[in-house]
Write a protein that binds this ligand. Structure first.
Ligand SMILES: N[C@@H](CCC(=O)N[C@@H](CS)C(=O)NCC(=O)O)C(=O)O
Length: 221
């Protein structure tokens, strides 16, 4: 039975799974959920994830939402030998540390900025300046620490790409639209370029996000 993955190709969260699955060589069956038509809020979809958020993974009777949990599932069950969770026990906990940090202290502020962009661009709403200011400030504080961490490292943990890199790189998926101030941080930018250059799935999935977002904007006219 195939592993199904529900999501919208314009989503940076979906990209975290499609990129990780490609790195792991795990086959997934993609099921499109058009977020710009509200398809994650249908009764049918809410049965999969009552929060109305994508991506969602379905593997037989197992249904998992939250991207990091999905990637941990794939790395543990479908591709346990690939080390996307780190090569040693110490690395594994370091990978988890950065993944949790990414969810609480990092990605969320780019999500706020993306929502501001979407509100303004797709719905003609004025920006909420306080949200933009709070998000930019938090991104700058977090990126200062990340930039120092990356000054002497090629990847977030150890010598190779892990799920920590994928989680932390996710906000770059919408970076041109959100205007997050990543380019103030040279080591962060160099690390992200390294991911694009050395992890083909990270570059391929970026192109998929861009094609989808261009289509969304084209449809708007
Ligand atoms: N913390 C969640 C975030 C998921 C998320 O924000 N998904 C967005 C797409 S990137 C979504 O499905 N939004 C639909 C909506 O808000 O209606 C995760 O990591 O999976």
């Amino acid at each position: 039975m195939s592993i199904k993955l529900y999501g919208d190709p314009g989503s940076g969260s979906l990209r975290r799974v499609t990129a990780a699955a490609a790195v792991m060589g795990v086959d997934i069956e993609r099921i499109n959920v058009d977020l710009f038509k509200g398809e994650s809020h249908t009764l049918e979809f809410l049965n999969l994830n009552p929060h109305g958020l994508t991506p969602v993974l379905q593997d037989g009777d197992t249904v998992i939402w939250e991207t990091s949990a999905i990637n941990l599932y794939l790395a543990t069950k479908a591709s346990p030998d690939l080390n996307l969770l780190g090569r040693t026990e110490a690395e594994r906990f370091e990978v988890l540390q950065w993944m949790f940090w990414s969810g609480e202290q990092w990605r969320v502020f780019s999500t706020f900025l993306f929502n501001e962009w979407a509100g303004k661009t797709l719905m003609g709403k004025p920006p909420t300046d306080a949200v933009v200011e709070l998000s930019m400030g938090n991104i700058r504080s977090a990126a200062t620490v990340l930039d120092a961490h990356l000054a002497s490292r090629k990847f977030i943990v150890g010598e190779a790409v892990t799920l920590a890199d994928i989680d932390i790189a996710a906000p770059f998926s919408q970076y041109q639209r959100t205007g997050a101030p990543f380019d103030e941080f040279p080591n962060l930018m160099a690390w992200h370029q390294r991911l694009l250059d050395t992890v083909p799935a990270w570059a391929a999935t970026r192109d998929e996000v861009e094609r989808r977002m261009a289509g969304v904007l084209d449809d708007l006219g």
